[in-house]
Design a protein around this ligand. Structure first.
Ligand SMILES: [Cu+2]
Length: 224
């Protein structure tokens, strides 16, 4: 009888400990990501001290508070979600501490892409915050001039306004579709900036030439 009870406890032990871990604050590896979470949200791939290969030391500590919510999109045509700041400019090799405040009732994320994968699994650092909560996460940027995409990865949130850029050093050019910074569409890099104006001019010239050719052929028909 005692042995049976022992076996029973042994069998349900993983389930019990699993439930306990899921309820309390936890810090573990999730699909190779380093994640720390509580009921306010989570920080994935936080990095306070590991230096990128092209940095000898941390150049500076730069804290930011970024707010997210519908309120910030109120003046923006076609957008639903907004942020208090769409562009974050930091020095090369700086340690960036982001306090992400979610003023909505739905979840939001502040996610950076394209970081070195040897430090940040999948090249990603991200903070996710439940409605009405806030969370702070820290990461160290590399030593090259580079522009990184920031967005909220929840369905349709980026398309509806939550898209920004992290500019390290001089950056590597503006990304498209960043609020207050760049145009709201993806322009192929090989096309000139005022491509629509040029297309209009070419169409007009083509139209005028066609009309002239038709007119001159009509008048030469009449002369014959
Ligand atoms: Cu969002």
């Amino acid at each position: 009888m005692t042995i049976r009870l022992y076996l029973f406890v042994l069998a349900i032990l993983p389930a019990l400990t699993g439930t306990v871990t899921a309820q309390g604050p936890s810090s573990d590896a999730h699909h190779g990501h380093h994640m720390s979470s509580d009921d306010a949200g989570m920080v994935m791939n936080e990095n306070r001290d590991a230096l990128p290969r092209d940095c000898k030391e941390i150049s500076e500590d730069v804290p930011f508070t970024i707010r997210a919510g519908r309120e910030y999109a109120r003046e923006l045509p076609g957008e639903i979600f907004g942020m208090s700041q769409y562009e974050v400019r930091v020095p090369r090799c700086s340690r960036v501490a982001i306090t992400f405040v979610n003023e909505d009732s739905v979840r939001h994320q502040w996610m950076v892409h394209g970081l070195p994968k040897y430090l940040y699994p999948a090249g990603m650092f991200h903070i996710e915050v439940s409605g009405g909560r806030q969370k702070t996460g820290t990461f160290i940027v590399p030593g090259g001039d580079q522009t990184y995409l920031i967005h909220c990865d929840l369905a349709q949130h980026m398309e509806k306004g939550m898209r920004g850029q992290l500019v390290v050093g001089e950056g590597s050019g503006e990304l498209w579709g960043v609020q207050n910074i760049s145009d709201d569409f993806n322009r192929a890099f090989y096309l000139p900036k005022n491509i629509s104006l040029w297309a209009l001019i070419v169409a007009l010239v083509g139209f005028i030439l066609t009309v002239l050719i038709i007119k001159s052929s009509h008048s030469s028909d009449r002369r014959q």
